[in-house]
Design a protein around this ligand. Structure first.
Ligand code: GUN
Ligand code: ZN
Length: 438
């Protein structure tokens, strides 16, 4: 039970700051560490030798020496209704939406389908070491209920919301400005702030909302402090051109969202590839965050995210899988592709920066770093127990890795869900690899 004082022992890595700003001092590493838990929260984190000496003898210690313990991964952009169209072949964004996405989302008219997919989705997150996600649902209010319910049962911290979409989409997925607002209001009242659940207003992207709906979404965002807003911006060149036609008065695609008061703290935009520095400056000034979705950007051929430019502007950046445009639920696989995207852009992604983005960076972009993202005392005890030698190749390669940074790089380049030995939520094991594969 989570109330008792208990602890987990192993190699611990977490971040106190952004390595891009603070260098090596950003990372805290205990080769033989102890994470002490109380009531589902972090009581203390430090060297095992020192902490064990003053741990009360009745406190149970789970011995995970040989494993790497890190804060739970944070996926800042994912579509749960697209679980069943992951790896659908052959299209760029706009055709992919029409051919695969909209038909898949139609099935969420059926609440039983929504509940089944939501359960699988949450289990899949946990199986991959992801303890918090910011997820799109569909236009159907019951799809939001289903995901919140699935996350609540698993005690996960999760952000989602009903898609707002009232034009340029099939009739079977279209709401209207007034109904969308009313449904969103009811969902906020029902779910926002209940347990660990938070609501996000979810205008799909500027092309699928009328100006009236964009206005209404911005007004709701302004009226509900603490509520989130999630959308997409500047993912694909054809999409950018389309937005310029639909909103001819806007300076840029991002400017459409600013015009409708959809930027600000707790507003998160996926992709942000085809931005200029004026856009980045507005995102920084308003506290708007970026979700970098490398597997999706490569899979859909969307383009290469410019992390250096985002960092130069001081933007909050997290990572997203963007399943089903993305090709993996694994944040390790996502880091692998992030590294390659940045190489193609002539940039580096250090292992420290990578794991920061997957943990504390994500928490900061969601304005949740006071609750999750590292092992500071008082944080919610969501963490992942990683097996650094989960595969024959990792074991072989790890044998010649001299430093922590080398081992972290191996994990992100060669690792995936096979490396996730356990995932803990609020101080309790919520997923165990060996229980699933005895
Ligand atoms: N832009 C608007 N909708 C979507 C979506 O479902 N996935 C992605 N990747 N981009 C979008
Ligand atoms: Zn998306």
């Amino acid at each position: 039970d989570s109330g008792r004082l208990h602890a987990v022992r192993g190699e611990i890595v977490h971040f106190l700051a952004d390595p891009a700003e603070r260098g090596a001092a950003a990372l805290e590493h205990f080769a033989d560490g102890l994470l002490i838990l109380r009531d589902g929260h972090v009581a203390e984190c430090g060297p095992a030798a020192e902490l064990l000496a003053r741990l009360p003898p009745e406190a149970a210690v789970a011995d995970r020496r040989g494993m790497l313990i890190m804060p739970g991964f944070i996926d800042t952009h994912v579509h749960y209704p697209q679980t069943d169209i992951i790896a659908s072949h052959g299209e760029e964004l706009l055709d992919w939406l029409t051919r695969y996405t909209f038909p898949a989302e139609r099935r969420f008219e059926d609440p039983a389908h929504a509940a089944e997919v939501a359960g699988f989705f949450c289990d899949e997150l946990l199986r991959n070491g992801t303890t918090t996600a910011m997820a799109f649902a569909t236009v159907h209010a019951a799809s939001v209920d289903a995901l919140f319910e699935a996350a609540r049962l698993r005690r996960m911290r999760l952000i989602t919301g009903k898609v707002l979409m009232d034009r340029n989409c099939p009739d079977f997925l279209r709401d209207d400005a007034g109904l969308g607002v009313e449904a969103s209001r009811r969902l906020i009242e029902r779910w926002h702030g209940r347990d660990r659940l938070l609501y996000a207003l979810t205008p799909r992207f500027a092309p699928t909302s009328t100006p009236a709906q964009m206005q209404a979404a911005g007004r709701l965002f302004a009226e509900h402090p603490g509520v989130y807003l999630q959308s997409h911006v500047a993912e694909n060149r054809a999409e950018v051109d389309w937005v310029a036609q639909l909103y001819p008065a806007a300076r840029s695609y991002l400017d459409v969202y600013e015009h409708y008061r959809q930027l600000g703290p707790r507003s998160i935009y996926a992709h942000c590839i085809w931005l200029d520095d004026a856009d980045r400056a507005r995102m920084a000034a308003t506290g708007t965050a970026v979700s970098f979705c490398p597997t999706s950007n490569l899979f859909l051929g969307s383009g290469l995210f410019d992390l250096a430019a985002a960092q130069a502007h001081g933007l909050r950046v997290g990572l997203g899988t963007d399943v089903g445009g993305g090709t993996s639920f694994s944040m390790l696989a996502t880091l692998n592709e992030a590294y390659k995207v940045l190489r193609l852009n002539g940039q580096d992604l250090s292992p420290e920066q990578a794991f920061y983005l997957a943990t504390l960076g994500g928490a900061r972009s969601l304005y949740l770093d006071g609750r999750i993202g590292n092992f500071s005392a008082g944080r919610e005890a969501d963490f992942v127990v990683l097996d650094p030698s989960a595969t024959a190749l990792l074991a072989r390669r790890n044998a010649t890795a001299a430093t922590l940074v080398e081992r972290l790089f191996l994990l992100m380049m060669l690792g995936d869900d096979r490396c996730v030995a356990e995932t803990w939520v609020l101080g309790q094991a919520a997923w165990r690899r060996d229980a699933a594969n005895p």
